[in-house]
Design a protein around this ligand. Structure first.
Ligand code: GLN
Length: 479
């Protein structure tokens, strides 16, 4: 069997009885067995659950019943998303033995749609990171260049799809963690608008920023997964009741005449020259497709990294207070309650998580709240306004996903600030709540994929998918 299974391919093959869902799951477990020791993309496999689901699908095929849209499609789930009965570690020692008693809504919906869940993928601890090197279970390797990082924090999901170990995967994006690893591993990866996909069952990092979204081998498959997981969920009051369009149909619409904004602020100093050339070639491709290009300004872009790291760490310090040795996961005994807390959190959390809890506690503390957290919230509003202003003039915004291609393992671990700066083009859209996709846009150094990012207005996922699909069909990945 070839490496390039797509959702459409699986659906057709299963329906035509060319392959059973069971055989397909077996094939993917074989691939995982062959590559995972090297890549470290999966932390936990769930064959029992996968084969039980495959059996249900095969019974439907045998009975000639109509098949659900993802019938038999092998999927991987980032390990910050809850799965009933399957260990969910968040890449942390503190949850090493945690088994959730319920499924995240996104997982439940995917399974209802026929998907076969293969297992849980490696990630930076509590999704904090840009390289997957903050996982307590070791880094993931980039399948395109195994001495390089896959990006983060959803590095395991990106690597699994890129290496053909899953047909699609779920990741989460708080400041770039879907789009950036998608760019580094050379696969399409999308975050919908804040509120588009229920966060129920997503273990919180920064609740006002966290979003669940798909990785897949092509844009149509991204649309198929997004279709299933989108929509109101009574369990998440921030999920919207706005209707979910038919993303598959929208994806096919012509792009001629659409106005694309190119924000000057995203092409400044610090960008790798190879990346710049590829993204410029990508923009030229949109022109060839009949889109109108417009230079635009997003004046508050410079403040995005600082704002993001204030708001995200503030929320993280609050969300992570629950890991205290009493309610969840690890507990290290001490002579007093306080010493038990200290020992548990000291042993359970890694260095980056501790750094962020301290930063977040600081920016929320009585003396500094106004200067940092409140100021951060005000600047966040200005960044969101930049996007709203831009979308009065253009239909979409195109930028690089990351200023650099995948870096070498270990290259940036000693300098957290350098690591944070790599998020410069993704955190803006996170703060603004708008949808964004990263799609492959050629390679540099002969092997390292470059990602092109497309932002749309809030709940403009269809527009984003439409442009991404046209770009992909016109050969954007091979620029
Ligand atoms: N790299 C960013 C961070 O470390 C984004 C992480 C994310 O999106 N989960 O916070």
């Amino acid at each position: 069997m070839t490496i390039s299974w797509t959702i459409e391919g699986v659906r057709e093959a299963v329906a035509a009885k060319k392959v059973s869902a069971r055989e397909l799951a077996g094939e993917f477990y074989k691939r995982i067995e062959a590559r995972n020791a090297e890549l470290n993309a999966f932390l936990t496999l769930s064959p029992e659950r996968a084969y039980a689901q495959a059996q249900r699908i095969d019974a439907m095929v045998a009975a000639g019943k109509p098949l659900p849209p993802l019938a038999g499609v092998p999927l991987a789930i980032k390990d910050v998303i809850s799965t009933r009965g399957i260990r969910t570690t968040c890449g942390s020692k503190i949850l090493e033995k945690y088994v959730p008693p319920y499924d995240a809504t996104a997982v439940e919906r995917l399974e209802k749609a026929g998907a076969v869940i293969l297992g849980k993928t490696n990630c930076d601890e509590f999704a904090m990171g840009s390289s997957n090197e903050n996982s307590a279970y070791g880094p993931v390797r980039n399948p395109e260049a195994t001495d390089h990082v896959p990006g983060g924090s959803s590095g395991g999901s990106a690597a699994a799809v890129a290496a053909g170990l899953a047909v699609a995967a779920l990741g989460t994006d708080t400041g770039g963690s879907i789009r950036q690893p998608g760019a580094f591993c050379g696969v399409p990866a999308m975050m919908g608008s804040y509120g588009r996909v229920s966060r129920y069952g997503l273990i919180a990092f920064a609740s006002s920023l966290d979003r669940i979204g798909p990785f897949a081998r092509n844009v149509k498959d991204i649309a198929s997964v997004l279709q299933i997981i989108s929509g109101r969920d009574a369990q998440d009051s921030t999920s919207t009741a706005a209707p979910v369009p038919d993303y598959g149909a929208e994806t096919e619409k012509p792009v001629k005449g659409l106005r694309i904004g190119i924000p000057t602020e995203y092409f400044g100093a610090g960008m790798d020259e190879g990346v710049r050339k590829k993204v410029e070639a990508g923009i030229e491709l949109f022109k060839k497709l009949g889109c109108k290009l417009l230079d635009i300004h997003m004046p508050h872009t410079d403040y995005a990294i600082a704002t993001y790291y204030i708001i995200a760490t503030a929320e993280a310090s609050s969300n992570l207070a629950r890991y205290d040795g009493v309610r969840y996961g690890l507990r290290v005994e001490g002579d007093s309650l306080l010493s038990m807390y200290r020992k548990t959190r000291g042993a359970g959390f890694g260095a980056e998580v501790k750094r962020r809890i301290m930063l977040g506690t600081y920016v929320l503390s009585a003396g500094y709240y106004d200067d940092y957290y409140l100021k951060g919230q005000k600047v966040r509003a200005l960044i969101a306004q930049d996007f709203r202003d831009a979308f009065t003039k253009v239909d979409a915004i195109v930028t690089p996903t990351s200023p650099v291609p995948a870096f070498r393992l270990g290259e940036r671990t000693n300098d957290p600030l350098q690591m944070y700066l790599a998020d410069i083009y993704t955190v803006t859209g996170s703060l603004a709540g708008v949808p964004g996709i990263s799609i492959p846009c050629g390679k540099v150094c002969g092997k390292l994929p470059v990602g092109l990012q497309i932002f749309g207005p809030a709940f403009g996922e269809a527009r984003v998918l439409q442009l991404a699909h046209a770009f992909e069909r016109a050969g954007g990945a091979d620029l």
